[in-house]
Design a protein around this ligand. Structure first.
Ligand SMILES: NC(=O)c1ccc[n+]([C@@H]2O[C@H](COP(=O)([O-])OP(=O)(O)OC[C@H]3O[C@@H](n4cnc5c(N)ncnc54)[C@H](OP(=O)(O)O)[C@@H]3O)[C@@H](O)[C@H]2O)c1
Length: 265
């Protein structure tokens, strides 16, 4: 069963060249939505564009974009508005992580993660807000992480960026409540994507969490099913969210017991 509301809607996805962004794009196209796909790897975007246009007869525009470059963000969204009248759904998915202990993280990595995961996401959101508020219609979906709900050792900076995304998302939801613009955060646990090529150089984390890894198609399906619905948060796998509830209630105990388990990177 698909999401019938998506037919002929215009959906912008950042970080659509691979991983869950590309899977979300495929499902949106299968539901008859028109797409604007953004990422730095323009060749991968063009390949996906060709595949989706042929398979689903939908309109797919692609633009090379590094979301950490605010001028580029403004220019690309302006070009998007020149081509399509309005954006109905924005999926802020572009992001990356580097798993290191705090004292090992370089300033370039730290700034890079904040510039892409936080500032980039906010910059893209700012580009759609005025029209969505004016039209009193739209949906902003921010891909955060379970790392935004539970701080985990050896990924302090990544975790901090995702906590920032959740703080921003929650405030945004309240600001837009009277404007009929939906705001959803997506908080997955580990997903089998290329994310870990950068995040987990040694492959230790991937090995340790192999048996609980989510498939990108499954995560994408949950995201697409929630589009244009009043879904506050998507937490995957659902049992993992219990961890953040316990964390809020018993933080000392959680940190004492969870420390070793969550350090397995
Ligand atoms: N995999 C996981 O375990 C996991 C778990 C929870 C949350 N997440 C979050 O899910 C999102 C997608 O991750 P994924 O797992 O699908 O990873 P992925 O396979 O590495 O895909 C990341 C996507 O982001 C794009 N991207 C990275 N830096 C960018 C930049 N500066 N400007 C524009 N696009 C950029 C990449 O495209 P280009 O390289 O072509 O730019 C790629 O399309 C991220 O926000 C990540 O933090 C992932």
């Amino acid at each position: 069963m698909g999401n019938e509301q998506l037919k002929a809607k215009n959906i912008v996805i950042t970080g659509a060249s691979g991983g869950i962004g590309a899977e979300i794009a495929k499902l949106c196209a299968a539901n008859g939505a028109n797409l604007v796909l953004l990422a730095r790897s323009i060749d991968k975007l063009e390949q996906l564009q060709m595949e989706l246009q042929q398979k689903h007869q939908v309109r797919v525009d692609v633009f090379k974009l590094d979301v950490s470059d605010t001028n580029q963000v403004q220019a690309v969204f302006q070009q998007t508005f020149d081509k399509i009248e309005q954006i109905d759904i924005l999926v802020n998915n572009a992001g990356f992580g580097v798993f290191r202990e705090a004292h090992e993280a370089t300033m370039d990595e730290i700034k890079g993660m904040f510039e892409v995961n936080v500032v980039g996401l906010i910059a893209c959101t700012n580009m759609v807000l005025p029209k969505m508020r004016e039209r009193r219609f739209g949906h902003i979906i921010n891909i955060a992480s379970q790392a935004g709900k539970i701080a985990t050792p050896k990924s302090s900076v990544y975790s901090a960026t995702k906590h920032a995304v959740l703080g921003y998302t929650n405030a945004l939801r309240m600001e837009l409540d009277d404007y009929n613009v939906q705001v959803t955060s997506v908080n997955p646990g580990p997903i089998a994507t290329n994310f870990f090529n950068i995040a987990d150089e040694k492959g230790t984390y991937v090995k340790n969490v192999q048996r609980i890894m989510l498939q990108p198609e499954y995560v994408a399906r949950k995201v697409v099913d929630s589009m244009l619905t009043k879904t506050r948060e998507i937490n995957l796998p659902r049992w993992m969210n219990m961890g953040s509830v316990v964390y809020v209630l018993f933080p000392r105990l959680f940190e004492r017991i969870g420390k070793r388990m969550m350090s397995s990177k």
